[in-house]
Design a protein around this ligand. Structure first.
Ligand code: C2O
Ligand code: CU
Ligand code: CU
Length: 506
């Protein structure tokens, strides 16, 4: 059966009758949580020279996040999430994706430079029982990328239920920087997601009024599919690849004892040199790699601090969900062995040449939601209420006044050209803006230089209310006049409701 958006909303309406787990129930369940840290399976594919082939089977299953409770989930080669794929620059990867679930899906390679028809966006839909093969050469620098469903109007629910995984890229120099690099030992992938559960153990999706507007948030944090797990550290210097795989939440990551750590990489590559801090913000779809020293051999908690960043005015209680403090995971370093690694003084410069003087076009993007900017909060609420029943597809979420239309190409860019994009946010809520096929650099935020932790190559940038962010990027050599790439807000419910557009490279 073809499930339309309207049907989906109806289903979600029924689901909302299932009461979300009450506090005592959560407390009880917390005691029985299965909380050992899980290192995701590493999949290096089958290699013949520089050709590497992978197989991903999209499937439905059941996952136990709490003892004795089975949650219906989606996964790739497993019941929830997928393996960590790994390849290196120069490889030609060929990824065979088969769809064994009852709805159309896609798998998009987030952060990857590749031909448009290999991108896995809404135009590469995989119907049930069908297979799609994506084949492309890795031409970019080492980085912590990821993959996820990008099905038209269904990205939010499909990712929420588990259709995502990490994709690590290496290059010739990335292993010679002296960084911790033993997968699962001192180089640890961490996909962070927040979830809300129904009383029957199922995931609660779009069951509360603010979900549609704020995006889907929950107060239970999973790391690699485990509720606030404990990582038993094997080494005293850890490299954590922190990936925000949530639908809507921005995290303000810090350790419970305020200990400093070093940020070494942003979304798509290394920083020029490690940046020491004790807090880092991670918006939806962003990644940072950090080095943390646990040679004091204590137990320390990675937390998300309460903050207004990414929140909405911070005045109305129902809008404060994005602001609250959360525990992410514990690191138990009591048994950690002395690491032979040190924090390097310098990493390296990117070879991607992004020079503002080379820019041949400047484009403006205005992010809008509801009646924001006109009717203020009241108008927005009115707009939300009116549009509750149709998912807001008549225009609650827009870029430059338009909601996504899969049949409309918004503009063309030239292959190999450098462009500057100016993204401004006319709403009071922060939106993580993402562009397919490129790695960009942030030039400035309201005219000010970006924070050092986001000085490296990026593919997502959080744009706060009343902020104007300028990014620079060079479009690769791939061109295709017909098949577009996407740009969108990465709060998945905003994307599904229209805060997305398409461009072709010619
Ligand atoms: Cu992470 Cu358009 O996607
Ligand atoms: Cu993407
Ligand atoms: Cu948004």
């Amino acid at each position: 059966m073809k499930q339309t958006r309207r049907n989906f909303i109806k289903t979600a309406g029924v689901a909302s009758l299932l009461v979300p787990l009450s506090l005592p129930a959560i407390a009880k369940i917390r005691q029985t949580r299965l909380n050992s840290f899980v290192v995701p399976a590493l999949d290096r594919g089958i290699r013949k020279g520089n050709n590497v082939s992978f197989k991903l089977a999209i499937q439905a299953g059941k996952t136990s996040f709490f003892n004795g409770v089975n949650t219906p989930t989606l996964g790739l080669n497993q019941s929830y999430l997928g393996p960590v794929l790994r390849a290196k620059r120069g490889d030609t990867v060929s990824i065979n994706v088969s769809n064994h679930i009852n709805e159309v899906t896609t798998v998009h390679w987030h952060g990857m430079t590749l031909p448009a028809n290999m991108d896995g966006g809404p135009h590469q839909a995989i119907p049930p029982n069908k297979t799609w093969t994506s084949r492309f050469q890795i031409r970019q620098e080492a980085g912590t990328l990821w993959y996820h469903s990008h099905a038209m109007h269904k990205t939010g629910p499909q990712v929420y239920h588990g259709l995502a995984g990490m994709f690590i890229l290496d290059d010739e120099g990335s292993d010679k920087l002296g960084l911790p690099n033993e997968y699962g030992v001192d180089d640890i992938p961490c996909t962070i997601q927040d979830r809300r559960f129904n009383q029957d153990g199922s995931f609660s999706y779009m069951s509360m009024m603010p979900d549609r507007m704020m995006g889907m948030m929950g107060s239970i944090v999973l790391v690699n599919g485990v509720v606030t797990p404990t990582l038993v550290a094997k080494k005293t210097l850890l490299r954590l690849r922190l990936h925000n795989g949530s639908n809507a939440r921005t995290y303000n990551l810090a350790f419970s004892d305020g200990r400093p750590f070093h940020v070494i990489a942003s979304d798509c590559g290394f920083l020029h040199k490690p940046f020491q801090t004790n807090q880092v913000r991670l918006a939806v779809a962003e990644r940072v790699e950090i080095l943390v020293d646990v040679s004091d051999r204590k137990e320390v908690l990675l937390k998300s601090l309460a903050s207004s960043a990414g929140g909405m005015m911070g005045m109305m209680p129902m809008m404060q969900m994005n602001n609250k403090a959360l525990n992410i995971m514990t690191i138990d370093a009591r048994q950690a062995k002395q690491s032979a690694r040190k924090v390097p003084a310098v990493l390296r410069n990117s070879t991607l040449n992004l020079n503002p003087k080379a820019a041949t076009a400047t484009r403006q993007f205005e992010l809008e939601m509801g009646m924001m900017g006109r009717g203020g909060m009241g108008g927005m609420m009115g707009g939300m209420m009116n549009r509750m029943d149709n998912g807001g597809r008549d225009g609650m979420f827009r870029i430059n006044g338009k909601s996504m239309d899969i049949n409309r190409i918004d503009f063309q860019v030239k292959a190999n050209s450098t462009e500057i994009w100016e993204i401004s946010n006319a709403s009071p809520m922060a939106h993580p803006f993402h562009v397919h096929n490129v790695q960009f650099r942030i030039l400035d935020r309201n005219g000010k230089r970006p924070h050092p932790s986001e000085s490296g190559l990026k593919d997502v940038v959080l744009v706060h209310g009343n902020e104007r962010v300028r990014i620079i990027m060079k479009f690769p050599e791939y061109s295709d006049a017909k098949v577009p790439y996407m740009y969108h807000c990465h709060i998945l419910e905003h994307e599904d409701q229209g805060m997305m557009g398409q461009f072709v490279v010619v």
